[in-house]
Design a protein around this ligand. Structure first.
Ligand SMILES: Nc1ncnc2c1ncn2[C@@H]1O[C@H](COP(=O)(O)OP(=O)(O)O)[C@@H](O)[C@H]1O
Ligand SMILES: [Mg+2]
Length: 225
């Protein structure tokens, strides 16, 4: 299975925006990309069933037509930590179920693009968190850094733990979640110095209809695949 596992410094750090940018950039470079949002908390009830906005954004960015239930096997209504939402729904997040879905999706594309939930140590249930899921999938990790005050600390802690887990840290991508961030360029320079993996892109403040694909360093990314 080839692909990338996106995690982030926090919830709301730009993972979905980066996933959409990556999907468009990789597809423009000729790859078929399959979307995977294994666990989502925060969903709408629709006639077709529960739908999470991240999973739908990933499906659209990957060209549409993907089987929702395969792309997002665990989908919960309340926007709370997944382990709480799963317990309330009476479900247990099972890494082998997710590995099976990932393999089915990966068989339909060149690359599987996975968006985690929250950050690296978010619990998914008893004895399983995002790190365990990433290990079960075995894909290189991309750390999304939400560019805001505090990101230098969050990014280093996350990168350090990701590397200790034994999965490969392919690189990091910054997303400008705070248009008013002070000393942004200095912070980006510090991230380049402090993080032990290459920068694979920097998303500027984007309009809702912009993908940001042109801000992905596709050649550096391809070298990490
Ligand atoms: N580069 C960016 N430009 C504009 N808005 C952004 C950018 N990155 C993130 N956002 C906004 O910040 C919020 C959180 O981003 P999102 O990608 O959903 O984060 P996550 O998936 O990590 O929870 C969303 O409203 C999103 O549109
Ligand atoms: Mg998201």
């Amino acid at each position: 299975m080839k692909g990338l596992f996106l995690t982030g410094t926090d919830t709301d750090c730009g993972k979905t925006r980066v996933a959409v940018a990556l999907a468009h950039a990789l597809r423009a470079a000729g790859y078929q990309v399959a979307p995977f949002k294994p666990v989502a908390a925060g969903a709408e009830r629709t006639p077709a069933g529960l739908r999470n906005a991240d999973a739908e954004a990933l499906i659209a960015a990957c060209g549409g037509g993907w089987d929702y239930g395969l792309v997002n096997p665990y989908c919960f209504v309340p926007p709370v930590s997944p382990h709480l939402a799963a317990a309330e729904a009476g479900q247990i997040v099972d890494a082998s179920v997710l590995r099976g879905a990932a393999e089915q999706l990966a068989a339909q594309a060149d690359l599987l693009l996975v968006e985690g939930a929250g950050g690296w140590l978010v619990p998914l249930g008893p004895g399983i968190n995002i790190e365990d899921l990433a290990l079960a999938l075995g894909l290189p990790v991309v750390l999304v850094v939400g560019l805001r005050l505090g990101c230098l600390n969050h990014a280093q802690l996350s990168a350090d733990r990701i590397r200790r887990s034994g999965v490969g840290l392919a690189g990091w991508i910054g997303s400008m979640v705070d248009p008013a961030m002070q000393r942004r360029e200095d912070n980006i320079a510090s991230l380049r110095d402090l993080l032990p993996a290459p920068c694979l892109g920097l998303l500027p403040p984007l309009a809702p209809d912009e993908t940001g694909a042109q801000h992905i360093a596709i050649e550096t990314l391809e070298a990490a695949l």
